[in-house]
Design a protein around this ligand. Structure first.
Ligand code: GLN
Length: 304
């Protein structure tokens, strides 16, 4: 397996030059665009790695499905989907347009920024620190890594510059999608985006989802019914407005983030974490996408 990972990684390394590291969150611009790493965790929990699998990066949008798990555990699907829809948008992840044009106003799904901010507001806790502690607890359990924490610099950098997310949140306060302390809700969102991990952590989290919510040793962390909802969203909305193309080309439930990470779940087979911070114009890792497509072709991983 490691030989195959190495080979696929080397074949796709050149693609980093066709992407750009995200810079709208200033701290993300410091990433090394040459980094490429992959980790695969099989059903026994064994890890196979290649390249920069130990470089730390922040989850960014990869935290969205995890926050959604916590909201579903806390509130149940009826309450959650009263606030946020289940449909793909076809728009960029940070688009604001449909918040006003759709009536009744409701973010289309939990994988776009507006939807994720609304989801974060549903997590139980009296303030941002209580909510982020609960998300972190879930992430650490799924990853089997107690040392996972927050990258303070990235968190602060996003908090200082998140004018668009702030605009969406206040818009949602106006339309009744959000209620409560908007700055505190946004704070939880910025903190969850700044959770710091490696490809191997992501592979282990994905493995928990691949194993219907349980650790390889059989301990249930997430109810299987919630895992089904999460992996379905990953297929329809996980790669932003490139989700359809990725479903055809790779056929694996996946969630990307603007730091360049991608979490991919192959049900009953493996969890995959990929990292390469150079992004295409839609915000997906250029090398990362192709590495997953190639791995899927080599190992026949498409779920379709
Ligand atoms: N923190 C980022 C933002 O809100 C997450 C977006 C992403 O990874 N696509 O803009």
């Amino acid at each position: 397996m490691e030989e195959l990972l190495q080979k696929i990684l080397e074949q796709n390394r050149y693609r980093v030059k066709y992407g750009r590291v995200a810079s709208y969150i200033p701290a993300l611009a410091k990433a090394d665009p040459g980094n490429v790493g992959i980790s695969v965790a099989n059903m026994k929990g064994q890890l196979f790695t290649a390249g920069d699998c130990c470089v730390k990066f922040t989850m960014q949008s990869i935290a969205k499905p995890l926050a959604l798990i916590q909201a579903l555990v806390d509130r149940g699907p009826v309450e959650v989907f009263r606030k946020v829809g289940m449909e793909p948008t076809g728009d960029p992840f940070n688009s604001i347009i449909k918040l006003e044009t759709l009536n009744p106003s409701k973010p289309l799904n939990p994988m776009i920024n507006a939807g994720a901010i609304a989801i974060t507001s549903l997590i139980k806790g009296k303030n941002s620190s209580e909510r982020i502690e609960r998300i972190l607890k879930l992430v650490r359990l799924m990853a089997g890594n107690e040392s996972i924490g927050i990258n303070e610099k990235v968190y602060r950098s996003e908090k200082e510059t998140a004018h668009r997310n702030r605009a969406m949140a206040y818009f949602m306060l106006d339309t009744g999608v959000l209620d409560g302390d908007v700055e505190d809700i946004l704070d939880t969102y910025f903190l969850q985006c700044a959770i710091e991990v490696t490809c191997s952590d992501i592979a282990n989290i994905a493995l928990c989802l691949a194993n219907r919510g349980s650790t390889p040793a059989g301990r249930e962390i997430v109810p299987a019914e919630i895992v089904r909802i999460i992996t379905t969203f990953m297929v329809t909305c996980g790669m932003y407005n490139a989700s359809g193309e990725f479903a055809i080309k790779a056929g694996i439930p996946a969630k990307s983030g603007v730091s360049g990470g991608i979490m991919a779940v192959v049900p009953q087979k493996m969890g995959i974490g990929v990292y390469s911070p150079a992004l295409d114009p839609k915000g997906n890792s250029t090398a990362g996408i192709h590495i997953l497509e190639d791995l899927s072709a080599w190992l026949d991983l498409s779920i379709f």
